[in-house]
Design a binder for this molecule. Sequence first.
Ligand code: ADP
Ligand code: MG
Length: 375
Amino acid sequence: MSIQIKQISKQFGDFQALKPLDLTINEGELVGLLGPSGSGKTTLLRIIAGLETADQGQILFSGKDVTNLHVRDRKVGFVFQHYALFRHMTVAENVAFGLDVLPKKQRPTKATIKQQVAELLDKVQLSHLASRYPAQLSGGQKQRIALARALAMQPRVLLLDEPFGALDAKVRKELRRWLRNLHDELGFTSVFVTHDQEEALEVSDRVVVMSQGQIEQEATPQDLYQQPASRFVYDFLGGVNVFEGEVSSLKSNRLEQGKAWVAFPDGYKAEAGQLYLRSHELSLSNQPSATAHLPLKIKAVSLIGAEVRVELEPLGWHSQDLWEVVISHSHYNHWQPQRGDTCFAQPQAGQLFTSNENQALAISWTKEQLLIKTA
Ligand code: ADP
Ligand code: MG
């Protein structure tokens, strides 16, 4: 089922939690709503569900206006961060609950309910826990049961509000892959709220980035990552270093600040602004190159994970935050950088946000232009 949101807005007292916004979610799609705390994600989700009424606008489910339809008639399933299971009921009883309390006319027979619950527990891979009580489950298992309970009602739409937010990182990662697989198998339409950019990019078909009650950008994970539409999105996705500079009075293709400068490649005009450089789109070496002079002092080297993360402090120029560059283990082994060493960053690609507008200019340096002297 598709969901169409038309000019929906919401105010709490004087506070505009949602500015009039439009969004279409296609049938079978898994859309991630991503944004910082307070950006209006939960409010939007609750309006889709019918738990909250919008001040204006319309919600359509598969073209049909459901704006004034009661929550119980919208056939929407929910999973929340703390969707407490009923403590005095077994896992199977929890999953069956919604069906057990249906009016007699709609209620399936006891045998049918039993069979449906068994199938659902099988889907969430927890059949072996059917007769346990919630207190005997881990956090991740509880959320899988909460999902089975929501799916028991055969919802047309599944809404998930930070469902894995309370779980530890490893379990969270497992569960989001599991959710993605289940979604592909069952094909429901879902909206998944998260403030975790990695989670949103990994799980979603499309990501909707929200900020201050507005949609900043909606795009596939790939497009969002490759073409962030604004500084906000860039910053929020993380792992970015900012070089703020003026056009050099000596060389018009150079952006400079203090002792540091970056020369723009042929075909680009340097303009005053902020150059956004992602931590994996920079390399480090012992000497500056022909196109960049960005001296940095190594503050920390972290070997955790697939790559080596180097934290750096500008030398002779200024940046609001420390810089971070990731290098390969093989580069690290060859180079052996130490805390306190000086090195130079070399950008390969970046985006310039000029001072007068919020428009981004994507820049990339070709190998010939780089002329990196490797350490
Ligand atoms: P998010 O889920 O993105 O963290 P919410 O949708 O929960 O954001 O909240 C958006 C803003 O609206 C927040 O500033 C929040 O304090 C405010 N808000 C949400 N619900 C209410 C409410 N029932 N009454 C007053 N303010 C609310
Ligand atoms: Mg929320």
